[in-house]
Ligand binder design. Structure first.
Ligand code: HEM
Length: 147
């Protein structure tokens, strides 16, 4: 039994579920007709998404360093590196939506063009796909696959 390991695991789960919830909220908001208060709400949600992702990385690193298995277990585990690669891809896929959202808010537009909405929805859905892959690798690495 280790309280530090348990606390980090709980925090890690809270954060990754929050990340998924925020991504779902973005997909709900990014629809044709987006404007006004929903656009500012989207901006705040996207900023929170970035902050939560940074916290996921910080707590994830703490789990690697201070977790029960020790960092040696993870650095030689292929599922761990698969998870890191999928997570980096999620991060890269989140850049175009963030850039677009900032532009939409700065332009003070009344209504975002539908073509841009559909493009951002594509990036968000791709993120969701790779986030699911992160979970697959997470479950595998926790059970010794890839060692
Ligand atoms: C969105 C990104 C992430 C998601 C969705 C995620 C998800 C998960 C889940 C669900 C588990 C529990 C696996 C299980 O017990 O079945 C887990 C464990 C873990 N994660 Fe993450 N994670 C993410 C990012 C990270 C990052 C960036 C790191 C490290 C830098 C990390 C390090 C760990 C470690 C060390 C464990 C413990 C695995 C074990 O019990 O051996 N995670 N993750």
């Amino acid at each position: 039994m280790d309280i530090a390991d348990l606390s980090l695991a709980i925090l890690h789960h809270f954060l990754v579920f929050s990340l998924a919830g925020l991504l779902a909220a973005e997909l709900v908001l990014v629809r044709p007709g987006l404007s006004g208060t929903n656009l500012s709400l989207l901006g705040r949600i996207d900023a929170t998404y970035g902050a939560v992702a940074a916290a996921v990385i910080a707590i994830g690193i703490c789990r690697v360093v201070f977790g029960l298995k020790g960092w040696e277990y993870y650095v030689t585990n292929h599922a761990f590196w698969g998870k890191m690669a999928a997570f980096v891809i999620v991060g890269l896929l989140s850049l175009p939506p963030t850039v677009r959202i900032i532009r939409w808010r700065r332009s003070g537009t009344d209504r975002v063009p539908d073509s841009e909405i559909m493009a951002v929805r594509f990036w968000l859905k791709s993120e969701a796909l790779f986030l699911a892959l992160v979970l697959v690798f997470a479950a595998a690495m926790a059970r010794g696959f890839g060692s």
